[in-house]
Design a protein around this ligand. Structure first.
Ligand code: 13P
Length: 288
């Protein structure tokens, strides 16, 4: 199946009351693990790629070509969107050119008027090529590719103005943070989420920083209009933990245990298990 825009899968999720995961990918093993786990679970999926991760994988074109080829070689039948995560003004244009099927333009660090003007331009460009587009209002806390935000609550009026530009889904800060949550984290602001939901006319909302948010808060957020949840750090943590255990147990020193196909296998299995866990919490199993 060819890559698809994320619009239809998120409209369906919103209507039926579940969320589709955006799992960020970092390399070939990551991509394969996420695709295989989602195919087995018959869950639609959004593969997220930050500009840093794309650079690590040598560029947008490598990523787009790898994902397309892998979807074909693995006979993937579920809807798969390849989505640029937190795209810059230039990066968004480059990812569109390289063959991504969905983009996020993140202009949240610009003054709001400038964010609106640049978002408008990116919306027009993405839609002219049949891609879906996500924009952001109010920065999401934590660190993302070296950019640190302070965990704002987005202004619902700004969310409304951004929604009215014709975006396909909206990222808005509701107390969520990228990376691990600190011990004293206040939790999601459902009050803010409710207000944003009310003024954005049924637009699917995006919850960034999906790592470590307790399941009850995730479920409540979905009931209030969240249809896409981004998960990155949590897959990295379980991958690192499983790989560390393999090496600490001396498995790389037994036979051909040093072969990357063996050495990386426990990490891949851990990613698959976590993907399954998230799919069940988000409610997207058998929704493909
Ligand atoms: P986490 O790394 O906290 O899961 O956040 C991922 C994310 O929001 C990517 O945009």
């Amino acid at each position: 199946m060819a890559l698809v825009s994320a619009k239809d899968m998120l409209v369906k999720a919103k209507t039926e009351g579940y969320a589709v995961a955006q799992f960020n990918i970092n390399n070939l093993e990551w991509t394969k693990a996420v695709l295989e786990a989602c195919e087995e679970a018959k869950s639609p999926v959004i593969l997220g790629v930050s500009e840093g991760a794309a650079k690590y994988m040598t560029g947008f074109k490598t990523v787009a070509d790898m994902v397309k080829a892998m979807v074909e070689s693995l006979n993937i039948t579920i809807p798969v969107a390849l989505h640029l995560d937190h795209g810059s003004y230039q990066g968004t244009q480059d990812a569109i050119k390289a063959g991504f099927s969905s983009v996020m333009f993140d202009g949240s660090h610009y003054p709001f008027e400038e964010n609106v003007a640049k978002s408008k331009e990116m919306i027009e460009l993405a839609h002219s090529k049949g891609l879906s587009i996500e924009c952001e209002v109010g920065s999401i806390g934590g660190e993302e590719d070296g950019v640190i935000g302070s965990g704002e609550l987005a202004d619902p009026r700004e969310c409304q103005a951004m929604a009215n530009l014709g975006i396909d889904f909206l990222a808005a800060g509701i107390g969520n943070i990228h990376g691990k949550y600190p011990e004293n984290w206040a939790g999601l602001s459902f009050e803010t989420l409710e207000e944003i939901s009310k003024v954005t006319n049924g637009l699917p909302l995006v919850l960034h920083g999906g790592t470590g948010i307790p399941a009850e808060q995730i479920k409540k957020a979905i009931s209030l209009g969240v249809s896409k949840i981004n998960v990155n750090t949590e897959l990295q943590l379980v991958f690192a933990e499983a790989t560390r255990k393999y090496i600490e147990d001396g498995k790389d020193l037994e036979g051909k245990g040093f072969d990357p196909r063996k050495l990386l296998a426990p990490g891949v299995a851990a990613i698959k298990a976590m993907v399954n866990e998230k799919i069940d919490i988000f409610g997207s199993r058998n929704k493909a």
